[in-house]
Design a protein around this ligand. Sequence first.
Ligand code: UT7
Length: 305
Amino acid sequence: MVLRSCGAAVPDKVLTNEDLSARLDTSDKWITERTGIRERRIGGTASSLAIDAGRQALERAGLTGADIDVVIVATATGDAVTPSTAAIVQDALGTAGAAFDLNAACSGFVYGLVVAAGLIATGSGRILLVGSEVLSRITDWDDRTMAVLVGDGAGAVVLEPAEGEGNLLSANLNGDGSLRQLLTCDHGGYLAMDGREIFRRAIRVVVESAERALGDAGIRAQDVALFVPHQANLRIITAAGQRLGIPIERTAVVIDRYGNTSSASIPLALEEAARMGRVHEGDLVLLSGFGGGMTWASALLRWGP
Ligand code: UT7
C-alpha cells in the first residue's frame, strides 16, 4: 500500500483561549500550561470537512472521484446515524464502489489505515481515507473541563496498491472495552471523561504500541524522522516522545492551533508536516493514536512514492 497524497480542512471560525475565558471560569494560562492549546477551529459538519479534505487530497494526487474505489470516514461525530458520512462524501466527490464510516474514537485514523491496507491486500483499488470530526457538536460549552479541549477539522489521505513492500511497515490495533466509561457521549448527549485517568493511561499505551510497531519492523526510535501522535494534550505528546526517545523537534504538533480533533488530529498533523517539507522520501514516520473505548493504535510508514 502506498500513501499517495494528503489533504486537510478546518473551519474558518477561530475560537481562542481568551474567547473561552470571557464566558467560562478558565484562563489562557491554565489552558496553555495544562494542554498546549491556544486556539481551535469550530464549525461545519463531519461531511463538509471530509469533502473539503478529500477533494484536496484527490487534487494533489491528480485524481478525480472516479479514480477512488472505497471511501472510509473515521468519525465519532458523523452527520447522522444513517446514512454514513462516507455516503455523503461519496456522492459529493463522485467516487465509485464502497463507502463506510469507522468509529474507533481518536484512534480512528490509524484503525482506518490498517483496514485500508487489508482491503488493498485483498484486491481493492484506491482508497480515500478521511478522519473528520465536529466535536463542537457534542460539547457542552458551559463545561469548562471539555470546552477548552475540543476542535473541529478533517484530514484525508489517498491510498493505493503498490508493487513490493509499500509504505506501511507495521501496525497494531488495540482496545480494552472494560475502560469504555473513561470517555463517553450518549446519543443526544455531551462528551464526558475522566481526564486524569486517560492522561495516565495514554502515555503508557502510546509508548507500548509505538515500541511494538517499531520492534515489529526492526526499527529503532532514533531512526524515526517524524512522530505523529494523536493531539489530545501537549504534555502527553511530550512525555510519550521522551519515553520513546523521540525529541519534540521530530514530532508533529498542531494541537496549539486546532485543539483535540479526535480522529482528524493525526491526518491534520501529517498533512501539515508533508506540506511543510518535514518528511522526505525514505523517511520513517510513526503514527500513534489513543482515545475512547479505550482504543489505541500505532503504525509505522516509510515515506515515499
Ligand atoms: O482524546 C483522547 C481523550 N482525552 C484525553 O486524552 C485527555 C487526557 N487528559 C488531559 O489532557 C488532562 O487530564 C486534562 C487537560 C483534561 C486536565 O488536566 P489535569 O492537569 O489533569 O487537570 P485536573 O483535571 O487534575 O484538574 C486540575 C485543576 C482542578 O482544580 P483543583 O481541584 O485542583 O482545585 C480542576 O477543577 O484544574 C481545574 N480545572 C480547570 N481550571 C481552569 C479543570 N478544568 C479547568 C479549566 N480551567 N478549563
